[in-house]
Design a protein around this ligand. Sequence first.
Ligand code: ADP
Ligand code: MG
Length: 575
Amino acid sequence: MDFKELDLSQELLSAVEELGFTEMTEIQQKSIPLILEGKDVVGRSNTGTGKTAAFGLPAVQSISEAGGKSAQVLILCPTRELAMQAYEEIRKFAKYKRSVKACAVYGGASMERQILQLKRGANIIIGTPGRVMDHLRRRTLKTDELRMIILDEADEMLNMGFREDIESILSEIPQERQTILFSATMPPEIMALTEKYQRDPVVVKIKSSQKTVESVAQYSFEVAMGRKTDALKLLIAAYSPSSAMVFCNTKKMVDELTEELVKAGFRAAGLHGDMKQAQRTQVMNSFKAKNTAILVATDVAARGIDVSGVDAVFNYDIPQDNEYYIHRIGRTGRAGREGAAYTLVTGRRQLYELKDIARYTKAEIQELPLPQKAEILAMKKKAFAEEIAGMQEEPSSAAYDILDQLEKQGVSPREAAARLISGRISAEINSLPEFEIPRPIRKGRRDGASTVKLDLNIGRSKRIAPNFILGALADATGMSGKDFGKIDIFDEHTTVEVPESESAYILDVSNPMKINGHPVTVKLWTGPSPKDRPQKSWGRSGKPDRKRSAYGSRSRREVYSDYTRSRKKRPKNKH
Ligand code: ADP
Ligand code: MG
């Protein structure tokens, strides 16, 4: 079905045409007519199926001149990346509709600028629940004219602990409105929201779509900051590809990584644009002849290279362009062979970049833990047995002489062979980099992960509650409530336990930040200062107890109470 068959204004149809959309996707075909009719809709479909247009086009169409520059449509997204993305797309749809003024509001960005934009007037507001709530509280966002609310990726928003904010928003805005909800999954919590806040919703479900590069199995590994090189060595040792390509984003990285790999004993060579042509040709020929097992390259240098028999592609850096990802992984899995692509991810930002790539390329990328030494040992044993069984050459008479000699000294041939094999295996295994098994902070997920504490210069004197801290951090970082550990609130500051691997990222994106209107700086916690007077509510164990009265409403309290599990021997309501 073509967009032209829809009851959309010419302004919108021109914009859609300019974007190169002709055929509608399935979710668009099924939901746009319903939304245009004014129905409440629950849409379920995978990422990359065009949901932004499915709600964005009717949203833009619905903006009336009469409503002026007051907020008429509110779109909630789980993270600022997704809010920014939806905002960009909405602006493209509204290119020819002058009356539409869109505004994006999310955490980690200037509050003042957002307030100014809202004051100037905006009729489509796209934002994260925390920041939207903030603007509602300050009355910088007014909802008198609001006639449509859209919850994008609703399941993800609930996962991130935004239920309370979402429910407050839904109950604060006018009852006479259209409520649209999109979600990739339909757990009972979503159905409960639907029942409570939607009117006779029509459910639209779409089955998953097919993948782009089908012959390549795609995996990703989360790696701690600064450990990508070690992780790569581990993966190459584990999978022992006879021919592999490793992609980096810069020439400098290609040089550094190649050097590291060669030092570690791998047959690796680098390829990038700064190398002389003769040198590049030599590297390429050696790689094609399988003398070089590992080619480390930039996207540009590897362009147009056609080598058959590449077993694996490693994305050391996340590709800077979605198309690069397709090109990179397309180097393996050629001519009907199975290939594998492995992407190394450090920190949330990269995780989102990769999710974005997966969405655009319709790829299914499976997250795996780094292989452990025991698994690598098992793979090595199998590979080694196969190698020995497959040996063609006759052993030399010298070898038999040595075995005879050993037998006279009481060392059997079996013992002699075992000594040789174990020598080689242990050399390979012992040279593998050490990795702590990454685990989530919370019980079941990250039990025992190494954590650090961050220090926020806001505390009880500013009437701050754990849910404010958690909401602000989740909003600024795009991480979920589950990713944060223990929160201790003092008079003038608060400490929050976070996974060490994420701390640099969190510090990067959460500075500066505002909580409840107060500017807050986030630093690494270096221990107590003499100013930290013990609180009245300190328990006997000497640890601060949190005031129950300071808790927010139910959902956040549940999230929060989870963090106290490590101390659950103490009665919770001890005052
Ligand atoms: P989702 O929200 O379902 O993950 P998006 O709305 O982000 O998906 O859309 C994914 C990509 O598909 C975007 O680049 C978007 O511009 C594009 N797209 C959406 N609808 C169409 C269409 N009908 N034809 C072609 N491309 C489309
Ligand atoms: Mg989307």
